[in-house]
Design a binder for this molecule. Structure first.
Ligand code: NDP
Length: 491
């Protein structure tokens, strides 16, 4: 495919090519503003056709009734093929999203790992048999919902898609996958790879389209029995509201404003490195970015000075530069949004210690680059400390003691993640228990694994993905009773 041709998507055996150009999504390479790809854009009518096709596949393809080891074989093969195409997929993702190539390679590895993991879970998953009780015995079966919709954001394409598709398929469902309109190409590739790996047609349909019509139509469609969404909290609220009205289950992985805490007994070198990777990795476009830094008062000044110095030395550059540490933001519009937040922070009394501007390097002029930024001098009530910026902007705040940092750390509507650096493990345990967040990192940050559940407290979401929780999210429980009565039943 060249960047000027339109990549079609398919609904079962029917290809959609974007009506010769009337319905096309153009993905822009954030590194230089060139066209990264053009993709046929789904319509509301396509949603209808896709739901019908997916239900047909769910009811008539033997997928859900295959033995678990047979389903696992296909899932494993999808993972193998993702790994085999690692370089091509990573390059495509780099052009779509602007992420550094090594991050994109890591995302493809993770996507492949998700399919391998759920192949293993699928094969070893046990249903429950209740202990014998009188004249019957009973069991609880995990049943698929049928057709589920998975809606993903732009910040981690292929990985986010795999995180939903792998467990949903392992549980026996058919999946309608709507990627972000900013990064539509990887979902189409995933659908192709699934088909080539032997997944029956119609069990995973990629629907590249816009959230406002295609995403909305998916959530409202009576044929969609469950929705799994990753994205912003405002969108999550709308989707959760519709799902509530329809009484269908929903999984919501939403935004964050995670506290990253440094106590005065921390290993300073490691903590500085952890704080920097926690916020500047993926140019801060990470739901778990450690975007509020709390440092204990006694070491505040020296710690922030060291952090500012090392941040100044970060290599911002083109995503395919071998030694790049931070690439561009996803779009000009998003960079403008990030820059606006820095202006707001300035107007609220914040002092920009480093960054706060575009890089001066002429090679980056056409891209959506923004410098890694550290802002000091705000209180936790400032907008830059309360609202998700989703960019390379770190606000720094001093704290007195354990009680103070727990109060400030929890003083946010979000509850996705939190991290801390300390030599005192008893304190780490107390603080970890007191922080309201779905993931807590102690002397590390942003570690994740497909086997460990992930999700948010408060406005950061509902439900858990990954691990065994991930399979449960896409299953509903059915209890079955077998009568063993010696005598006819009485009244
Ligand atoms: P959005 O909420 O804007 O969009 C996410 C997805 O939802 C996109 O596919 C979008 O389509 C679609 N969408 C938008 N409006 C609707 C609607 N009314 N009905 C159905 N679908 C809709 O988020 P972003 O793409 O901007 O992603 C950034 C956000 O995602 C951040 O807040 C980040 O924290 C969060 N996120 C959370 C993660 C987690 O696991 N907790 C992980 C990664 C990101 P379109 O692209 O066409 O607008």
């Amino acid at each position: 495919m060249t960047a000027s041709s339109v990549t079609p998507f398919r609904i079962g055996d029917v290809w959609r090519d974007g009506d010769q150009g009337t319905h096309v999504l153009t993905s822009i390479n954030p590194a230089d503003g060139s066209v990264a790809g053009r993709v046929a854009c789904a319509t509301v009518e396509d949603v209808d056709a896709a739901v019908t096709c997916a239900w047909h596949a769910f009811q008539h393809a033997p997928w859900r009734n295959l033995r678990p080891d047979q389903r696992a074989t296909t899932l494993y093969e999808i993972g193998r093929r993702l790994s085999a195409e690692r370089e091509t997929l990573a390059q495509l993702q780099m052009r779509d999203s602007g992420k550094p190539l090594k991050e994109c390679q890591h995302m493809v590895d993770a996507a492949a790992g998700h399919f391998r993991y759920y192949a293993a879970v699928c094969e070893t998953w046990q249903n429950e048999v209740t202990s014998p009780r009188g004249e019957y015995f009973s069991m609880a079966l995990a049943e698929p919902f049928g057709v589920v919709a998975c809606i993903t954001p732009w910040n981690s394409p292929i990985m986010n898609e795999a995180q939903k598709a792998a467990p949903a398929l392992a549980a026996g469902n058919a999946v309608l996958l709507k990627p972000s309109e900013e990064t539509p190409q990887l979902a189409i590739e995933l659908a192709r790879i699934c088909t080539e790996a032997g997944l029956p047609q119609g069990l995973l349909i990629a629907l590249p389209g816009r959230g406002e019509d295609v995403g909305d139509a998916l959530v409202r469609h009576p044929g969609v029995r469950m929705v799994s969404f990753t994205g912003g909290t405002d969108t999550g609220r709308i989707i959760g509201g519709i799902a509530g009205q329809r009484l269908i289950p929903v999984g919501l992985e939403l935004g964050g404003k995670s506290p990253h805490i440094v106590f005065d007994d921390a290993d300073v070198d490691r903590a500085v490195a952890g704080v920097m990777s926690g916020i500047f990795g993926s140019a801060g476009q990470s739901c778990v970015a450690g975007s509020r830094l709390f440092v204990q008062k006694s070491i505040y000044s020296t710690f922030i000075d060291a952090l500012v110095e090392r941040t100044r030395g970060l290599r911002v550059g083109l995503p395919d530069d071998a030694d790049v540490q931070m690439g561009p933001l996803v779009s000009q519009a998003h960079r403008d949004r990030v820059a606006r937040y820095v202006d707001i922070a300035r107007s609220e009394g914040g002092q920009v210690r480093v960054g706060g501007d575009r890089p001066a390097d002429g090679r980056l002029e056409k891209g959506c680059f923004y410098l890694p930024t550290v802002i000091d001098g705000l209180t936790n009530a400032a907008r830059a400390c309360q609202e998700e910026i989703f960019g390379p902007v770190l606000v720094t705040l001093p704290f007195e003691d354990e009680a103070d940092v727990i109060a400030q750390g929890n003083d946010t509507p979000f509850g996705l993640a939190a991290g801390m650096w300390t030599a005192d493990y008893a304190r780490a345990w107390r603080v970890a228990r007191a922080l309201e967040a779905g993931s807590i990192w102690i002397n590390t940050y942003k570690q994740s694994h497909i086997a460990t559940p992930f999700g948010g407290f408060k406005d950061s979401g509902i439900g858990r993905e990954k691990g065994l929780h991930g399979l449960r999210l896409y299953s509903q429980t059915k209890s079955v009773f077998f009568g063993m009565h010696a005598q006819p039943m009485g009244l």
